[in-house]
Design a protein around this ligand. Structure first.
Ligand code: CDP
Length: 310
């Protein structure tokens, strides 16, 4: 018998169509696997120590500590008397986190009616300051405990906060009193906008708390997934959050992770639940990431919701 390996030497990702068929075959069947959950928590603790390392804190980054930008070789920031006071003292998350929901921005969420399901979790993580109000509420919920914000969003959506900060501060209100998780030390041009975002919130005594992503953590998580077969230039934000959740939560459910152009009925869907702007083709490897996450779903380590929540 000719083996796949001989026909297609090297790594080959299944086609979108085959992935949809495989997800349909599995259906809604899911069994929690406590041994698998413990195993992954231990693996992630060993490689990346999310509890201590996920954010830049006064404890892990004292004055003089060199933070190497994970997205750019040879660039670094040395913690100084201006940046040190902006860091939280230590990990502020209310550990242990019980049921966590990690919400990706996939178009599969549209008309999913998953809002109530998501809002029932004890700790809800979202990506890239997504829209949450009005028509989206029924599908994505209203609650947030941690939301990521890429410095590029500050630049594009809020004109880098060099003029008025009011629009930014007002649009942050939808995230209640959550943590804003910013990779301020991943790319050198991202540091200034991140610090401006920090001051925009603290200057008005906002309920939100800024946490800067620790570049050492991001790098160790990237290495972890590379060793598990994800070959992207850069991991997607969603996979970072899932890794954080696997390291810190008792139970993890993901929503909105579906990087394919058709849904389970093979109907076309948009890339995001709020628009159809596609990512740079070679930057992320979302389908590759999906296959890894689906493997974790099948083995009961986390639960992926990809259809309707009724
Ligand atoms: O910043 P990035 O391009 O990674 O993310 P995004 O487009 O704002 O979406 C947030 C996350 O949801 C991504 O990082 C992916 O992990 C996930 N996602 C997905 O799995 N399928 C999609 N169609 C869109 C996003």
């Amino acid at each position: 018998v000719l083996c796949w390996f001989y026909v297609f030497p090297g790594y080959r990702l299944p086609r979108d169509k085959d992935i949809v068929a495989e997800v349909l075959r599995q259906g809604d069947v899911w069994h929690k696997n406590q041994t698998g959950i413990d195993l992954y928590r231990n693996l992630l603790t060993k490689c990346c120590d999310p509890k201590r390392m996920f954010a830049v804190t006064k404890e892990n980054s004292p004055i003089g500590k060199v933070l190497w930008y994970d997205g750019e070789i040879y660039h670094s920031h040395t913690v100084n008397s201006e940046t040190y006071p902006l860091f939280v003292k230590e990990n502020p998350l209310p550990l242990p986190l019980r049921k966590c929901a990690v919400v990706g921005n996939g178009g599969i969420l549209r008309n999913s009616k998953c809002g109530k399901d998501i809002d029932q979790a004890d700790f809800i993580m979202r990506c890239n300051l997504p829209p949450l109000s009005g028509e989206y509420v029924e599908d994505v919920g209203t609650m947030t405990h941690l939301v990521t914000a890429n410095p590029s969003i500050i630049e594009k959506r809020f004109h880098n906060l060099v003029w008025s900060r009011k629009t930014f501060v007002n649009s942050m209100k939808v995230y209640g009193s959550s943590y804003i998780y910013m990779p301020a030390f991943s790319m050198a041009p991202g540091t200034d906008p991140s610090l401006r975002a920090y001051y925009s919130l603290t200057d008005v005594s906002s309920n939100l708390t800024m946490l800067f992503a620790n570049p050492d953590f991001l790098l160790s998580v990237s290495k972890f997934w590379k060793a598990h077969g994800v070959h992207a230039r850069r991991l997607s934000t969603g996979l970072f959050l899932v890794s954080l959740a696997l390291g810190l939560c008792d139970e993890v459910t993901t929503y909105g992770f579906w990087p394919f152009s058709v849904d389970l009925d093979e109907q076309p869907i948009s890339h995001h639940y709020y628009d159809n702007i596609l990512p740079y083709k070679w930057f992320h490897a979302m389908p590759e990431e999906f296959v890894q996450l689906w493997h974790l779903h099948k083995s009961g380590v986390l639960r992926m919701k990809v259809g309707h929540c009724s």
